[in-house]
Design a binder for this molecule. Structure first.
Ligand SMILES: C[S@@+](CC[C@H](N)C(=O)[O-])C[C@H]1O[C@@H](n2cnc3c(N)ncnc32)[C@H](O)[C@@H]1O
Length: 242
């Protein structure tokens, strides 16, 4: 990990840029079509349980209740997304289509194959600007069911799901912007797929935990290159392998 300042980092190979700031402030400094793709997972304003997935019988601390899910992004935010990128994928768009204000045929349906008894929704939807047939992605995800360690973000999406989207909707030369990093699964997926990504997270606690998660992943990849196996122990506080 390369530190530029407390709010800006790069992956060692410089393909992933991490920013701790407000995404709207960042976009206000961007040129038109600066990015090939915006791939965003904004707050859905559905009353996220900030302790979702946390096992009550483990030693992990109760998470601080944060307010980021209380408001949807503004219409101005979406206009900025359309200004600074050529294409867009927006998760949870069914909760905010009145603010996106554009039709699309090219939605993505993510089938989470949720475990029986899990209260999560069966599927999630993403609006895309790609004028193509609706696509279904199947990537099993029932939150952190069965995982023993600490989970620092309540709405982590799986790396495998991001990888599938990258395969389907991007080219190796594409530059990608993710305005709502959260646990930054997208950063790990983009690094695995060798895509150039700028990823932003406003909350400093999530930002630090996500950097730590990425750093462990990065060390494991470097270990495998050097020793043939992941010598660096997985830090149970910040799981990478899901
Ligand atoms: C739905 S979560 C993203 C989860 C992510 N997809 C993952 O896999 O972990 C939305 C995130 O956006 C962050 N956020 C909210 N408003 C923001 C803003 N204006 N700029 C940057 N990040 C913001 C929140 O702190 C939260 O972590």
């Amino acid at each position: 990990m390369i530190k530029i300042s407390d709010t800006e980092y790069f992956s060692n190979d410089k393909t992933i840029r991490f920013l701790n700031m407000d995404c709207n402030e960042f976009m206000s400094q961007c040129k038109e079509n600066e990015f090939d793709l915006i791939h965003n997972d904004p707050p859905y304003s559905i009353g996220v349980n900030m302790n979702a997935g946390r096992k009550k019988d483990t030693k992990s601390k109760k998470r601080e209740v944060k307010q980021w899910d209380s408001e949807l992004p503004s219409e101005f935010h979406f206009e900025e997304c359309f200004r600074v990128s050529k294409n867009q994928i927006i998760w949870g768009a069914n909760h905010m289509i009145d603010k996106i204000k554009r039709n699309s045929q090219g939605w993505i349906v993510w089938d989470k194959c949720v475990a029986a008894g899990c209260s999560f929704s069966d599927c999630e939807l993403a609006w895309t600007s790609f004028n193509q047939a609706l696509k279904k992605i199947v990537s099993a995800w029932s939150g952190f069911i069965g995982y023993e360690g600490e989970k620092f973000h309540p709405t982590t999406k799986p790396i495998a799901m991001y990888e599938k989207v990258i395969d389907l909707y991007t080219k190796p030369t594409d530059t990608i912007l993710d305005c709502f990093g959260g646990s930054m699964s997208n950063a790990i997926a983009c690094h695995m797929k060798r895509r150039k990504l700028t990823i932003i997270e406003l909350d400093v606690d999530y930002f630090k935990s996500a950097l730590n998660r990425f750093e462990i992943y990065e060390r494991q990849v470097e270990d495998i290159k050097e020793f043939g196996y992941a010598k660096t122990k997985i830090n149970a506080q910040n799981p990478v392998l899901f």
